[in-house]
Design a protein around this ligand. Structure first.
Ligand SMILES: Nc1nc2c(ncn2[C@@H]2O[C@H](COP(=O)(O)OP(=O)(O)OP(=O)(O)O)[C@@H](O)[C@H]2O)c(=O)[nH]1
Ligand SMILES: [Mg+2]
Length: 377
């Protein structure tokens, strides 16, 4: 599956994660409104600076209007870069520039749909003509998105809430449609770790390790082939990966690692649609089902060194999204005071100066008068 995946990274957070994917040998396009952010990515091969602005200063609406203004140019860059079957759009949910990511994914899905409709038309025609054409390939686009921690600012949490709302609506729409090119969403949560660069590393390493399961983990007891893994990982909805060391493998450790992931946002419902496992020991699926519920299917394989899991088709984490909204609403409870109330006294420097000037002769007459009285007494 690894050879079929590439990334479009939007904004600085996307760039940091994308840079780690370049190190792992993936194709990555770095997109930003700020040249200064792009300049920090030393290993970037494909870079695109969006014209018109120099950064979006945490203003996701600004990013969305920049996207609308430069739509053709941005999408032609993205479309021409993506030559792999599966593309993940990586960004924070809370930054300014990254606020254009949901629109970009939606535009890319429209592009894929139009392209595939045409390919299927040609395919049908060639079939009717008695030729034996190859059926068009299915392409997909998904999200790798980062949530801000609750201690981050109101603006960042508000941006994140609006970003997640758009993603949620897109998922609903695509789930309801018969044919969809939408893949899954990975939701990394900065609440899990204050060291965001460590979080980036942990995610990228785990992502790469899981994608290599078909190539590296082979067992006569069962194999996970690339199609199984792709079907499971890219199922619409949330996908969570988990890893347990060889010497700490048990159903309860596995359940704990899914419910309180050190990387991904915490999900309430952990059953999902698909499970994939590559374990060092026999996995008791029934015991796991008793804890997590019953998935549609479970692809299993085995290996000697580590325990890897995929849970996919999960719902968005409702409680976590609620916390983002709570944080985003915190500042609105402080009303602005009317400045007019502060300035009700009449203060005039001019009138005080003129008063002083008028009093001076009056004072001097008084003092002259008292001096005259003293002399006469
Ligand atoms: N996990 C993780 N979070 C990051 C990283 N960089 C930034 N963030 C988070 O992302 C949010 C800010 O998003 P950025 O990607 O920096 O913003 P941007 O899209 O470049 O937008 P503007 O600079 O505002 O135009 C904050 O919530 C940060 O905590 C990173 O490398 N890893
Ligand atoms: Mg930035």
């Amino acid at each position: 599956m690894k050879k079929d995946v590439c990334f479009v990274c939007v904004g600085q957070c996307g760039g940091n994660l994308g840079s780690l994917f370049v190190q792992k040998g993936y194709d990555v396009l770095f997109v930003n409104t700020a040249q200064s952010d792009l300049a920090l990515i030393k290993n970037a091969k494909h870079v695109y600076k969006i014209p018109g602005v120099s950064g979006c200063n945490q203003n996701s609406e600004k990013a969305q209007s920049v996207f609308a203004q430069y739509y053709d140019e941005i999408m032609s860059k993205v479309n021409s870069f993506v030559s792999k079957r599966i593309v993940y759009f990586i960004s924070s949910s809370s930054g300014g520039t990254s606020g254009m990511t949901p629109l970009m994914v939606e535009a890319f899905l429209n592009y894929l749909k139009e392209k595939e409709d045409k390919e299927w038309e040609i395919y049908d025609r060639e079939c009717e003509e008695g030729k034996n054409p190859k059926s068009p390939v299915k392409r997909k686009a998904g999200f790798i998105t980062v949530l801000p921690s609750i201690s981050e600012t109101v603006v960042l949490n508000a941006n994140s809430y609006n970003f997640m709302k758009q993603v949620g609506e897109l998922i609903d729409r695509e789930r309801a449609s018969e044919i969809s090119n939408l893949a899954n969403l990975f939701l990394i949560d900065n609440e899990n770790c204050s060291d965001i660069l460590k979080l980036n590393n942990d995610f990228v390493n785990l992502f790469d390790e899981v994608l290599r399961i078909p190539e590296k983990h082979k067992s006569v007891k069962g194999n996970v082939d690339p199609a199984d893994l792709e079907e499971a990982i890219t199922a619409i909805g949330l996908t969570v990966f988990s890893k347990l060391p060889k010497d700490d493998f048990s159903i309860s450790a596995l359940v704990r690692s899914v419910r309180t992931s050190p990387i991904f946002a915490q999900t309430e419902e952990t059953v999902g649609q698909y499970w994939v496992s590559s374990t060092t020991e026999e996995l008791d699926s029934i015991a796991l089902e008793r804890e997590l519920g019953t998935p549609l299917t479970h692809y299993k394989t085995y290996n000697d060194s580590t325990n890897l899991f995929v849970f996919s088709g999960l719902n968005l984490p409702a409680e976590r999204v609620g916390l983002i909204a709570d944080r985003a609403e915190e500042s609105t409870s402080v009303p602005f005071n009317q400045n007019a109330q502060l300035f009700q006294r009449e203060v005039s420097v001019k009138s005080r100066v003129s008063e002083a000037v008028e009093q001076k002769p009056h004072d001097s007459i008084q003092s002259k008068l008292s001096a005259f009285k003293r002399r006469r007494s």
